[in-house]
Ligand binder design. Structure first.
Ligand code: FMN
Length: 164
């Protein structure tokens, strides 16, 4: 595989755990995304802010430091499922970077609830990228995580394109 970039936003650690395992499997480079202003700790306030950001497509500013996607043909992009879609910090990163011609492999952590059309939501943010079918992992994926990720990568290699 060409060296991939793995980017992840995580509020409570599950998505970073998935990203870390992906890094071990792919030997890619991993960087975390951090919003400039941390989200509230209290759930009602957090939910209110998240809903507002999603409804208005008002993506939060990010701290500098996330890697540039420029050298990477393949990008694994992960975050928690928030209210049926991707968490706004990942939306912000996807929106603010030129991802033309890249293959995006989205993954998300969720608690097993209803998920919207995450692939479509991501494709809107980076219309010139090839966005593959997202992989949903319940919480941190538990013991079978590494095998689930390996199978997902094999399936995507078989799907072809420039993903080798
Ligand atoms: C504001 C908010 C909204 C959420 N919305 C959903 C949802 O719509 N569906 C779902 O299955 N889980 C939802 N969750 C649960 C998270 O996706 C889940 O806990 C995930 O494992 C968190 O990942 P993280 O540890 O990387 O932040 C939500 C959590 C929060 C805090």
């Amino acid at each position: 595989m060409n060296d991939p970039l793995i980017v992840s936003y995580s509020y409570s650690g599950n998505t970073h755990q998935i990203a870390k395992t992906l890094q071990a499997i792919t030997s890619g480079d991993w960087c975390e995304i951090h919003p400039r202003h941390p989200y509230p700790m209290a759930f009602p306030k957090l939910l209110e802010q998240v809903k507002r950001e999603i409804q208005t497509s008002c993506y939060p500013q990010l701290l500098p430091g996330a890697s540039s996607p420029r050298p990477y043909p393949i990008i694994f992009a992960g975050c928690p499922d928030w209210c049926g879609t991707i968490a706004p910090p990942l939306a912000s990163w996807l929106y603010r970077n030129d991802l033309s011609g890249k293959i995006i492999l989205p993954f998300y952590s969720y608690c097993g609830g209803v998920v919207g059309n995450i692939r479509k939501d991501i494709a809107k943010l980076c219309p010139k990228a090839e966005v593959r079918e997202p992989l949903g992992i319940v919480e941190d994926g538990g013991e079978p995580l590494a095998e689930v990720l390996r199978q997902w990568i094999i399936k995507n290699r078989q799907a072809g394109g420039t993903f080798q």
